[in-house]
Every structure is written in C-alpha cells, then in structure tokens.
Design a protein around this ligand. Structure first.
Ligand code: FAD
Length: 455
C-alpha cells in the first residue's frame, strides 16, 4: 500500500498533522508504537489538558524560550485562535484560566484526545497502533517511506516525524526520531531536560524541614558565576524532599541546566576557577553574605519572598510589627508576615536569635533579615533526569528546517513537528500549542506537496 503522507507518532503534533494532511486531500497513514494515541496529551495539564494559551502572538513567542521565533509563520497560520476554533468546532468548549491557560470546560483531557481521534477517523486517516516504525527510508535525496519493526515496508513520498522527545518515555516518546534525522544528514542540538524540578544539596533541603511548603507569588532568580542575574520568574514555588518544584522552578530549570553545563565544562577544561565560584560570591548585589557554598557545580538561586516590596519597606514593616508586639519573641512576631516554617532559617541566616524581643534587636542584623527575605539563597546542583522532565530541550536543528512548511532542507519529503524539534516552551499550554501549530503546518504542507505531485 502506498500513502500520500505517513505520520509517525500519534501524539499532539502527529494527530494534528494527520488532521491537516487529510483535510488537504491526502491519503494518510498514522502509525504509533503504542496501543493508544495521545497518551502524553492525555496526562498534560494535570490530566485536564492545557490545550493552548490565550496570549497574543508576541507574548506566546516570549513564553517559548526554546526558539519560539522559529514559530512566527506556523503560529500565524495555525495559532491559539485557530486551535480554539478547531476544538470548539468539534463541540469541545474551552475556558480560560489564570495566565491565559486554556482548558476544556469538561476538565477532561480525554475529551480533547477523543475529539482528535474522532476527527482523524472521520477524515479517513488509516490508523495503525502497536506499529513501531524502525526506520525512515531514503533514496537519492528523498523519502521513500518507512520500515516497521516487523520488517514491513510502507511507501510514501512524504513522511512526517512526530515522535516527540525523550521525556516521560512510558507515553511512547523514547527519542526514536533523532537517529532518523541524523541519517538524513541533520544535526541534533544536544538534548537536555527542561521544565524539570531542581535538586539542591542545601542542609535545609536534606533535612526536609521545608518539604511540602508552597510559596505563592514569590520570585526565583538564577545567577551566573559572575554574579549576574540570568533570569527571574514570579509565581508559585514548592519545596520538595530533593529541592524545588512548582511553576517558577520549572521555568528557571533550563537556565540552571545551562549554567551547570557551563561550570562543568569549565572545570573539565581546567579553567576551574569559575566552577568553584561560591553562590555567596555569585549571588549578586542583593544576595546576603553567607549564601550556601556547596562544593562542585552549584548554580546560585535566590528566592524573593516579597517581589513587590523593597528591602527598606520590609525592614520598616517588620520592625514596626516587632514594636507593636514588643514583648513577644521575634519568631512569633514574624508569623503573619513570613511563611512560619521558614522563619527559623531566615533568622539564622541573618544572625538573629529567635527569642529576641523588640528592645534587643540589633538594627544591622535586622537589615540583613530584610535582605534575606528579598534574596533567600538556595544552591541548585542538578535537576531530575530528562526522562522525568516535562519537556525535552534540544532536538532537530531548526537551521535545517523550513519554518513555513516544517520540511527538511536536506531530505525532500521529510517533515518534522512537535517536541522532536529544537523547540521548547514553558508549561502553560505553550508546548502543546507549538506541537499543534508545527503539526498542522507539516500536515498541510506535506499534503499540498503530495497533491502537486499527483497533478
Ligand atoms: C506530565 C506532562 C504534563 C505536561 N503538561 C503540559 C502543559 O500543561 N502544557 C504544555 O504546553 N505542555 C505540557 N507538556 C508537554 C506536552 O505534552 C508535549 O510537549 C507535547 O505533547 C509533545 O507532543 P509531540 O507530538 O511532539 O510528542 P508526544 O505527544 O510525546 O507524541 C509522540 C508519539 O510518538 C509515538 N512514537 C514514538 N516513537 C515512535 C515510533 N518509533 N514509531 C511509532 N510511533 C512512535 C509515541 O508513542 C507518541 O504517541 C506536558 C508533558 C508532560 C509529560
């Protein structure tokens, strides 16, 4: 059997590629190695499926720090508005939540996955599950089809690789696409975990004294070895038994990964000194002295517990609190102002005894307390693995892909879409938007090229 278009992978991008290719008149085969389509889509957004994000185009792109600008053309053709219209057209009403995140009104990812599967079936796509593809076949600089692991060959002039990255492999994304890309002459930008929880060896992490503490509306900064702030994200943060998680830790994670890599490379090349930079030295102008100084590669982070207030405001407000309750120990006075479980640590870092009362407060140390509240230091010395990450960073080099079609510039008839490409966004619907948008573009372009050939 010969198909106009073969889509490998029935995840977010592959399902959308199959929808678009069949809608544009192509006879399509959609092959997936798993027994079910859309597994990862089905667990995204905490099982509610964060289908897209309502932000305007420029904002969307800003929230895709891994090469979002490559997506201008694809998003202009099939962006968030088209995604919303597409699902609403199939009877899946969407609702907007905080920060523009869009979910199905049903709060069920299954409704989104089922609608996509229904659509590809209605449009006559031939679906084959439990059909792992072993190889994409090339000859004379163009695609010939695919070979299944069973040995069976299926012919086509257009193959869309939509097999995802390497994260959460039990959903089927095991990194199969990179080898096929390399065999076509593509380079793979080194893979790394992104949107991934951070590990820390700080004593207060190891002791688990903050485990489970969730901080709302704080900010997290990542600093480089020279003491320059690389990035700051505001939102919610969670202390875990191994380090930090929650939306802002995930957003900062790619910067931590890159800093760790840099430090390790420098220490290997003998330039050494930078790798030995202590967070205390590097934690920047607002970081208090005494920031954690773990040995080895450690990236300095600081948590600002009151992003909207200045050090002086915090100093004055906390001092006023202590004055109004002048007989109370400061650890009790601060309870309404700071997360209770952090108070002993904050006081310790500022060199203040918990039992002090207003009359005995050393003003310099109180200023240090205000500084620690603005820049609580945490050294990050790793992240969870790429398999445990929400998203895979790196992938097929975008310089070798036409952004208007998603076709390879090196192999005629070969298309890529979704996470296999060197594109990654923050959580919040941006990755799925990128997957749908590149999937739609690849499907439409592959079908149009196939239809031209037929004429
Ligand atoms: C727990 C979790 C939550 C997430 N939450 C969000 C979120 O809230 N917002 C957001 O934007 N993003 C989120 N993401 C990321 C988002 O889900 C992915 O970026 C997106 O689904 C990637 O789509 P894809 O089509 O590239 O790959 P996938 O959805 O991973 O699909 C790849 C498909 O290819 C198939 N396949 C692989 N190899 C082969 C082969 N050799 N032969 C045949 N088939 C093969 C797999 O079985 C799979 O079905 C989340 C990810 C995870 C893991």
């Amino acid at each position: 059997m010969r198909y106009d278009v073969i889509v490998i992978g029935g995840g977010s991008s592959g399902l959308m590629a199959a929808v678009a290719a069949s809608a544009h008149g192509a006879q399509v085969l959609l092959a997936d190695k798993g027994d079910k389509l859309g597994r990862k889509l089905g667990i995204s957004g905490g099982g509610r499926c964060n289908v897209t994000n309502a932000k305007e185009l420029d904002e969307l792109i800003k929230h895709i720090p891994g090469n979002g600008r490559f997506l201008y053309s694809a998003l202009a053709t099939f962006g968030n508005k088209e995604i919303v219209a597409f699902f609403e057209g199939m009877g899946i009403a969407l609702k907007e939540e905080d920060n523009g995140r869009m979910f199905p009104v049903s709060d069920k990812a299954k409704s989104v996955v089922d609608a996509l599967i229904r659509k590809v079936r209605e449009q006559g796509v031939h679906i084959r599950t439990n059909s792992p593809i072993a190889e994409v076949l090339y000859e004379d600089g163009r695609v010939q089809g695919v070979r299944l692991r069973s040995g069976e060959r299926v012919a086509s002039d257009a193959v869309i690789v939509a097999v995802g990255g390497k994260s959460v492999p039990h959903t089927g994304s095991e990194g199969d696409g990179y080898v096929w890309a390399e065999r076509a002459g593509h380079t793979i930008v080194e893979l790394y975990p992104t949107e991934v929880p951070l590990e820390s060896g700080e004593p207060f992490i190891r002791s688990k004294e903050l485990q489970g503490l969730s901080l709302r509306d704080v900010s997290l900064s990542v600093w480089n070895a020279k003491g320059k702030r690389i990035v700051e994200h505001e939102g919610d943060l969670l202390f875990t038994h191994f380090g930090l998680s929650g939306p802002i830790a995930l957003r900062c994670s790619q910067f931590v990964v890159k800093q760790l890599k840099e430090q390790r490379a420098q220490s290997k090349s003998g330039a050494g000194a930078a790798a030995g930079v202590t967070p205390a030295a590097a934690a920047g102008p607002t970081a208090p002295a005494g920031a954690a100084a773990a040995a080895g590669a450690t990236v300095p982070l600081t948590i600002d517990l009151y992003p909207a207030k200045s050090v002086d405001e915090i100093y004055t407000e906390t001092l006023r609190l202590a004055e109004t309750e002048s007989k109370k120990a400061i650890k009790n006075v601060l309870k309404g102002y700071l997360a209770e479980r952090m108070i002993p640590l904050l006081l310790e870092k500022a060199g203040l005894r918990e039992e002090l009362t207003y009359d005995n407060i050393p003003k310099l140390a109180w200023m240090d307390l205000a500084k620690v509240v603005k820049a609580f230091p945490v050294g990050a010395n790793g992240t969870l693995s790429i398999e445990e990450a929400f998203v895979t960073g790196g992938g097929v080099n975008l310089k070798e892909i036409d952004p208007r079609t998603m076709e390879s510039k090196l192999m005629a008839g070969l298309y890529f879409c979704g996470e296999v490409l060197d594109i990654h966004g923050y959580t919040g619907g941006y990755n799925i938007t990128a997957a749908f948008s590149t999937g739609y573009t690849a499907g439409k372009s592959a079908a149009e090229a196939a239809m031209l050939e037929l004429r």
